[in-house]
Design a protein around this ligand. Structure first.
Ligand code: SAM
Length: 456
């Protein structure tokens, strides 16, 4: 390890910044955020430093650096564009045993600034020991994307209850287990969302269950949309839910790679239904969700696409709410938008479609089920889910109800996956082309003039 990472409480402590150009401005901003008592020494001051001086009432000495400037400083930043001055500042500070950072020059620094992710009071610092600021920036991006924006709120929520838990739970390991449940459970989720009263209620429920013989409070169920296939289309919130789950009940169309994000010890239960195979009945799925949540587990119900679009999400929350289980929904990218984007087809277009309808083709042959005259109206886009078995019927009925046979139509198979195939035709010939291509599904059908505007 080339450097010792430390977090420095610099509030109200004297810091000296030598130089007042753009590079000094970046460090000044940081020092001000940390509450340092900053003094600037520089013969000339750039506009952005002037703005910071006004904003934070900083002390300024407008002249060249003098050795006496470092007298009371605990940290010095050399940020001039003159290497000789920076070298001189470094030598004086180093000899005096002071902390000195020369901007972008670790060779003449005894401390360096890390890349930071600020979710105060949670702070993550990244260093490459000065080897590559670009690498530090990229790593910061990777970590940043994984950290919930509300992490700071969660840390504050915990700090308001630490003393209480310390006095009521006697051992360190008991407290650690309790806090883990709070952080990864409903209380943590609510605190990060900024709903302090709901977080408080979940916290109290967990604490009283912990203190009673029950051990743990009831868990919760999160209905999570896994997106249409490409695992990178899972939302960041969905990813965190999967990572924090004790149990995951997943469907047939969920990409197995998403399950890899789960904890090693998480229980993964397949409850998918395939077209010709009945799979787990909805009643059994509901019963499993309720049983696992009542046993105090954080349950994720992982569904292909979006839980609220032809995904029975509505039925599941109805049953869970009736059973008194806390549940919420994390949306996913639905097959319609995934298929359209990956096939380069806009779903609306000012010159071609002012609205878009998502329709199930599941019971296309049932005349009473779909509003064919409405579906056959021009100026809109139709997206048909589960339409492959009834494709011929669907296309014929649209023509029968007045949509021109030459209306463009597309079918996207295995949308967003590397095996995706797109068949383009019109109402009169799409079914034949699909047969010839030996398509097996899953498929999404898009009908409308928007197909003429596709990315080719
Ligand atoms: C039961 S529905 C679930 C829809 C899902 N909740 C959603 O929002 O995408 C299943 C249908 O979605 C469509 N679908 C799901 N994933 C797909 C994919 N990768 N490519 C094409 N269509 C897909 C197919 O029409 C499939 O029969």
């Amino acid at each position: 390890m080339d450097y010792l990472p430390l977090f420095f409480d610099i509030r109200d402590k004297p810091c000296l910044v030598v130089g007042a150009g753009e590079i000094a401005a970046r460090k000044l901003e940081l020092l001000c955020r940390a509450g340092a008592n900053v003094r600037i020494v520089a013969p000339a001051i750039c506009d952005s430093v002037q703005a910071l001086i006004r904003q934070h009432s900083l002390e300024v000495t407008e002249r060249e650096f003098a050795e006496s400037d470092i007298a009371d400083a605990v940290l010095v930043i050399a940020a001039t564009n003159d290497p000789a001055v920076n070298q001189h500042v470094f030598e004086r500070c180093d000899a005096a045993g002071l902390l000195i950072n020369t901007v972008d020059n670790p060779q003449i620094s005894n401390v360096i600034f890390p890349g930071i992710i600020d979710r105060s009071p949670v702070l993550v610092a990244i260093s490459t020991a000065g080897n590559s600021p670009t690498l530090a920036r990229v790593v910061r991006g990777w970590i940043e994307a994984r950290l919930p924006p509300g992490l700071g709120r969660l840390a504050e929520f915990i700090s308001t209850r630490r003393d209480e838990i310390k006095s009521r739970l006697s051992t360190i390991s008991e407290r650690r287990q309790f806090w883990e449940r709070i952080i990864t459970g409903q209380a943590g989720e609510r605190a990060m969302r900024g709903d302090a009263s709901a977080a408080g209620r979940a916290f109290e429920a967990e604490l009283s269950a912990h203190l009673s013989s029950a051990g743990t409070a009831a868990g919760c169920v999160l209905l999570v949309g896994a997106g249409p296939g490409d695992p990178e289309l899972l939302t960041l919130k969905g990813l965190r839910a999967v990572q924090g789950a004790d149990v995951i009940l997943y469907d047939n169309l969920v990409n197995a790679q998403i399950l890899e994000y789960a904890r090693r010890d998480a229980e993964k239960i397949y409850v998918g239904k395939k077209r010709k195979f009945p799979g787990t009945r909805q009643e059994e799925i509901n019963a499993l969700l309720i049983a696992h949540a009542k046993a105090g587990r954080n349950v994720v119900r992982l569904k292909g696409g979006d839980p609220f679009i032809f995904g029975r999400g509505g039925e599941e929350i109805e049953v869970l709410t009736a059973a008194g289980i806390d549940c919420s929904v994390i949306p996913g990218i639905t097959a319609a938008t995934g298929a359209a984007s990956y096939a380069g087809i806009p779903l609306t277009h000012r010159d071609a479609a002012q609205s878009v309808r998502f329709v199930t083709g599941h019971r296309a042959s049932d005349r009473t089920n779909l509003e064919w005259p409405e579906l056959a109206k021009p100026g809109q886009t139709l997206v048909i889910y589960m339409g492959l078995p009834g494709l011929e019927d669907i296309l014929a009925k649209l023509i029968e109800h007045g949509l021109p046979a030459a209306t463009p139509a597309a079918l996207v198979e295995k949308a967003t996956l590397p095996e995706q195939r797109t068949v383009i035709g019109d109402l009169s010939d799409l079914a034949g082309k699909v047969r010839a291509a030996n398509i097996v599904g899953p498929t999404t059908i898009i009908i409308g003039e928007v197909i003429n505007y596709r990315l080719r």
